[in-house]
Design a protein around this ligand. Structure first.
Ligand code: GLC
Length: 582
């Protein structure tokens, strides 16, 4: 009845592609006919409201669909309050980011969180309001405009899977509103909870075991994958889809360029499965994309799917060819970089890169060394033996090593995750730490993708011990920016200076070389001498994860772009070379 997804485009059929994607999911729902009318009206209103400057960006990006994949596109993730107190402060700090070479800002959740512990803002009490301690929606609009004028972009979290218990929908459900009860998954019987739990994993086994929370006012249990105050939304209800798409359209029209789809794997639930990465979830993501295409086609979607690589690919390049997310966290490559450092063996990284070549013209990986979350080792299951992953986990928690990270959440059936600031994971300070920093960042920036840094790592900030006292140990690696250290480092002084010099030099070298575009060729191998070689066409990157020098084959490269010195016959321990080919 509604035609094929390809039918979208003109105002008359603005909703057609979206509705064709959703129809198989919702055709048996009693409100589906009404919801279609509402969806169409919503798309028309949002398209009408889209500002001229944002339409211009959409048009420019239509001709450059991988606009986020240029070599100078470096992301920076941070909590606004910890970086700059609030959004006005952020505006004043844009100079720091510019000087670093950052072009994409990812402030972690800025929306109104629930009072008290809010899981770092991921328990959202109002999706359309900014936390007043940070500023207002108008402040976000002003920052987006400022960034666009500088050729920069803004990413924003969209917490799709759950809202806060404080959110008006949850409060209405608690008060007995039948319509809003339908926004959540409420289970009346303990046996039913047990039946669901049998198939499910636990995200926070130490601090929030189980996936359901008893709520007497609801007459049962509500599904809470994460913390008990984060209520999972029921995406089998088309009203939930409509509400969340409306949130995306609202922020797209404020000027957001990239939406980070938080906890994307968990949207659709089906008994007898792990209720993660189900085909219905992929379809929902493709439908969100179709909704944005009808209004704000230049806005990209970033999948936060911290899963094994084969489970992440469908978010970027679904087998049926539909357009879904444009960017996804490359947690496989991230974990493989750390295993290479712990074991000296970069072969798993080569395997991961081989398995994650992208075919579309509008997709790229988000590459990173760490983020606000923990390093999860299970991404490499099936590629690296479980015992090695456990050893890596112990290594970075400091077992007989230089690393100063910590274990996070005791998972009996999986290698324990790791937390810690980048410098601390690499040994803290000193020449060996700096060499490892240069190596890890040098390889990261050579991978095909869009790199994202985490605030403070550029000046080697150490673990935040006070933060670690929190119930959730991820605060160990979410410190406040140390501006005294940063400003000294900018004057080439103090403990942050060498980190900053290395960071700026690597970013600047990358930005100036088309070989590092996300789309440019990338072939990796480990040489017979155990050196990682990443061939980026005009640049050959060689990296030594061993603690002794190794012989190299220069492969036609002569001068190291990073030092401007001619390459020799060997690469030092923890060395990295970016050899330019003539
Ligand atoms: C995502 C966030 C993480 C948060 C979780 C629940 O994984 O990155 O910080 O705890 O979602 O919202």
């Amino acid at each position: 009845m509604w035609g094929s997804p390809a039918a979208g485009g003109g105002p008359a059929d603005r909703g057609a592609a979206l509705i064709a994607l959703l129809d198989p999911l919702y055709r048996d729902h009693p409100h589906w006919a009404d919801e279609q009318v509402r969806l169409r009206g919503m798309l028309d209103a949002a398209a009408e409201a889209r500002a001229y400057d944002l339409r211009t960006l959409d048009r420019d990006r239509a001709g450059d669909p991988r606009w986020f994949g240029t070599p100078d596109m470096i992301g920076y993730s941070f909590y606004v309050d910890r970086f700059a107190r609030n959004l006005s402060g952020l505006q004043l700090r844009l100079g720091w980011l510019n000087r670093l070479g950052v072009r994409l800002l990812h402030p972690l959740p800025m929306t109104l969180p629930q009072a008290g512990d809010s899981d770092g803002g991921f328990a959202v009490a109002d999706y359309r309001a900014v936390d007043p301690r940070l500023g207002s929606v108008d402040d976000v609009r002003a920052i987006a405009r400022d960034l666009h004028e500088r050729g920069m972009a803004l990413a924003m979290d969209c917490v799709l899977n759950h809202c806060a218990r404080d959110h008006a929908w949850a409060q209405a459900a608690l008060a007995g509103d039948a319509d809003k009860r339908g926004y959540f998954r409420i289970v009346a019987q303990a046996e039913e909870v047990a039946a669901w739990e049998a198939g499910l994993d636990e995200v926070f086994p130490d601090t929030a075991p189980g996936n359901f929370t008893h709520e007497p006012a609801l007459g049962g249990w509500v599904w809470t994958t994460f913390y008990p105050f984060q209520w999972d939304l029921d995406w089998s209800n088309p009203a939930v889809f409509r509400e969340m798409l409306d949130v995306l359209l609202f922020w797209a029209n404020v000027g957001v360029d990239v939406f980070r789809l938080d906890s994307a794997p968990y949207l659709w639930k089906r008994q007898g499965t792990a209720s993660r990465n189900l085909p219905e979830t992929h379809r929902l993501v493709a439908a969100l994309r179709a909704g944005l295409d009808a209004v704000a086609p230049g806005v990209a979607l970033l999948a936060e799917a911290i899963e094994q690589t084969r489970e992440v690919l469908p978010y970027l390049e679904p087998a049926d060819g539909s357009r879904a997310c444009q960017i996804a966290y490359h947690n496989g490559a991230m974990a493989a970089l750390w295993t290479a450092l712990a074991t000296g063996d970069a072969a798993p990284l080569v395997t991961v890169l081989d398995q994650t070549r992208l075919a579309r013209a509008d997709t790229a990986w988000l590459t990173y060394l760490r983020c606000h979350d923990d390093i999860i080792w299970t991404a490499l299951r099936g590629i690296v033996p479980e015992a090695v992953l456990r050893d890596c986990s112990a290594f970075f928690a400091g077992a007989g090593s230089y690393a100063q990270g910590r274990s996070f959440q005791a998972r009996a059936d999986a290698p324990v995750a790791t937390v810690g600031m980048l410098a601390s994971l690499l040994g803290g300070e000193g020449a060996a730490t700096l060499a490892r920093y240069r190596l890890m960042l040098g390889v990261l920036l050579a991978l095909p993708g869009m790199p994202m840094l985490y605030m403070g790592d550029e000046i080697g900030l150490p673990n935040d011990e006070a933060g670690a006292a929190a119930l959730d140990a991820r605060w160990l690696h979410r410190p406040a920016m140390d501006w005294t250290r940063a400003e000294a480092a900018a004057n080439d002084d103090g403990p942050g200076a060498s980190f900053l010099r290395i960071t700026r030099a690597l970013i600047a070298a990358r930005a100036g070389s088309p070989a590092f575009a996300a789309a440019a060729p990338a072939r990796a191998e480990v040489t017979a001498d155990g050196v990682l070689a990443i061939d980026r066409g005009d640049v050959l990157v060689l990296a030594n994860f061993h603690d002794a020098a190794r012989p190299i084959d220069r492969g036609g490269g002569r001068v190291d772009m990073l030092t401007c010195a001619p390459a020799g016959e060997t690469i030092p321990a923890y060395g990295i070379l970016w050899l330019a080919r003539d």
